[in-house]
Design a protein around this ligand. Structure first.
Ligand SMILES: Nc1ncnc2c1ncn2[C@@H]1O[C@H](COP(=O)(O)OP(=O)(O)OP(=O)(O)O)[C@@H](O)[C@H]1O
Length: 166
């Protein structure tokens, strides 16, 4: 009986130690993620802006960034694709971004957004457009990219092709 009690005590101790260590690891991972990303909760639109820290983002005022993002309209539109509309977000004369708006509503649309985040979130390559952050709100998601001054490769090739035909 005595032995069974000691065994139960050690098992309980092990379980508590295991759960505590998992919680500590999760908190540390979350803190590291927070240091790498800046998170702004927007109480007006009940959305959340997450910006990945980078030299370009360092000099930005995030409240102003959010305000300008919320004011994007049709006049800022630079294109549209199969999944959403792309807008030019001008912060200053020298700082601009391309913001892709993806509507929410279906699981497929949400999966598209998550796939893009997974695919682009960790990639840093000079030939691949940089993803600087994202915004999630109840009815839509935004992906914030480096602005390519000449548009997409597809658009450039297409216009060259049209010029060579005519
Ligand atoms: N980072 C960017 N900088 C400048 N313009 C962009 C950028 N991303 C997209 N665009 C413009 O927006 C248009 C639509 O882009 P989007 O990525 O939504 O679709 P796509 O890649 O052309 O097509 P699909 O989504 O169907 O694969 C592009 O053709 C381009 O003109």
């Amino acid at each position: 009986m005595g032995n069974a009690r000691v065994l139960a005590f050690y098992i309980t101790l092990c379980v508590i130690a295991f759960v505590t260590s998992k919680i500590i690891i999760a908190v540390l991972i979350y803190r590291r993620w927070q240091r790498k990303n800046l998170v702004i909760q927007d109480s007006l639109s009940s959305g959340k802006l997450v910006m990945f820290r980078s030299p370009k983002m360092k000099s930005l005022k995030y409240s102003m960034f959010l305000k300008k993002t919320m004011k994007l309209s049709n006049k800022d539109r630079i294109g549209s694709g199969g999944y959403g509309t792309v807008y030019r977000l001008t912060i200053s004369e020298s700082v601009s971004f391309a913001v892709k708006r993806l509507n929410r509503g279906s699981a497929e649309q949400d999966r598209g957004f998550e796939r893009e985040l997974e695919a682009m979130g960790d990639i840093k390559h000079r030939n691949i457009v940089t993803l600087h952050g994202y915004y999630t709100a109840p009815h839509y998601n935004l992906l914030i990219y480096e602005l390519m001054p000449n548009g997409s490769l597809d658009a450039v090739l297409h216009s060259k092709l049209l010029a060579s035909i005519s």
